[in-house]
Write a protein that binds this ligand. Structure first.
Ligand code: NDP
Length: 327
């Protein structure tokens, strides 16, 4: 029987999510890859247990995570049933809908029909009565924003989710969505954008809107899918996303890895691993509540969690990082 470590809350830092009552761990774990039906169950289980033991209270899912789509939620449901259900009230579990999930016109994008039925399917797969956060996964150019936000409001009011979130929305759409949700009485808790040293689009307007609207953020792919770690510094390991030639894998062009080598030297001088410095770097922004990592093994989660012991940057370090990133 699994018993969570008693000291699990001692070292993790929990940061307030926007202007809400929720605090999230600064490191959260996502189940996009490596937790599907094609992956070894015991490895997935070991990662979730270790994460929780290290103070990671937030696990991020979506209807389509796997492969095959839906299977990460099934895996997570099984781990919950076996290990974590006694701790349900200590967990923030999220799911999403927006990408292609089933055939026909109601299996993707942003209609009320799709979002509500997709979440009902997700709840069945995880054997849960509610999720803590439900996201619209990507903006829909055709469905009126009023309908999509109305669906999120309905989902929260019906008890299927406690909070609403949006993902991959531009600064402009975020502003509109946050206003609509607030007027409906279901404030937008959180935005989930991509953000890392090589992809800084949120700095051009989105962070300002998040600050202004009191919305938190959890940034995905903070390690650029593994490129911003030491994973590819000595070649391509066979078990990595690139080594396995997975459908989703980081771009590890020579010029990028050249930059990572130089960044790694700064990390070394700071007494950190490359991954830890990349995570601390995204967390330097006050608007970033949590860094949402992926993982293929327990050691990567252990490495990431150690970031909390050194989050500060000197002005010189930040400047040197900027110089390297600018090429
Ligand atoms: P990361 O940038 O954290 O990449 C994770 C990968 O990096 C791991 O699988 C591993 O690669 C490598 N890695 C992680 N830690 C270390 C370490 N300490 N040392 C060396 N290598 C390491 O994030 P992801 O791209 O996986 O995304 C994270 C989560 O974000 C997803 O699970 C999902 O929840 C969410 N997401 C959301 C999206 C959205 O549209 N809203 C889109 C994409 C992701 P390897 O497997 O090769 O070992």
């Amino acid at each position: 029987m699994y018993l969570a470590k008693e000291d699990r809350y001692q070292n993790m830092i929990y940061k307030r999510c926007g202007k809400s009552g929720i605090r999230l761990p600064v490191i959260s774990l996502g189940l996009w890859l490596n937790f599907g039906g094609d992956d070894p169950f015991e490895n997935s289980r070991a990662m979730i247990r270790r994460a929780f033991d290290l103070g990671i209270t937030h696990f991020d899912l979506a209807n389509n995570y796997g492969p095959p789509p839906g299977s990460a939620e099934e895996t997570f449901g099984e781990i919950l049933a076996k290990d974590l259900l006694p701790y349900r009230d200590q967990l923030i579990i999220s799911s999403k809908a927006g990408y292609d999930m089933w055939p026909g016109p109601y299996g993707e994008w942003g209609s009320r029909k799709y979002l509500v039925s997709s979440l009902d399917q997700s709840l069945k797969r995880m054997k849960l009565s509610y999720v803590d956060i439900f996201y619209h996964h990507r903006p829909d150019p055709d469905t009126p924003l009023e309908e999509t936000m109305g669906a999120l409001d309905f989902i929260v009011r019906s008890g299927r989710a406690l909070y609403a979130g949006i993902s991959n929305y531009s600064a402009n759409d975020t502003l509109k969505a946050a206003k609509m949700l607030r007027e409906m009485g279901t404030p937008c808790l959180i935005h989930q954008p991509r953000y890392n040293m090589f992809d800084r689009w949120i700095e051009n307007g989105l962070t300002h809107i998040l600050q202004q609207e009191g919305v938190g953020s959890i940034v995905f792919s903070p390690l650029d899918q593994g490129a911003l770690t030491d994973r590819y510094l000595l070649g391509v390991p066979s078990g990595s996303r690139v080594g396995m030639n997975r459908r989703f894998k980081p771009n590890i062009s020579e010029s990028k890895i050249h930059k990572v080598r130089m960044l790694n030297e700064i990390a070394f001088k700071r007494g950190q691993t490359m991954a830890q410095m990349a995570l601390a770097w995204v967390l330097r922004l006050p608007e970033v509540t949590s860094a949402l990592i992926g993982s293929s093994k327990v050691e990567q989660i252990e490495d990431a969690v150690k970031t909390v012991s050194h989050l500060e940057f000197s002005a010189e370090d930040l400047e040197r990082i900027e110089t390297i990133l600018a090429g």
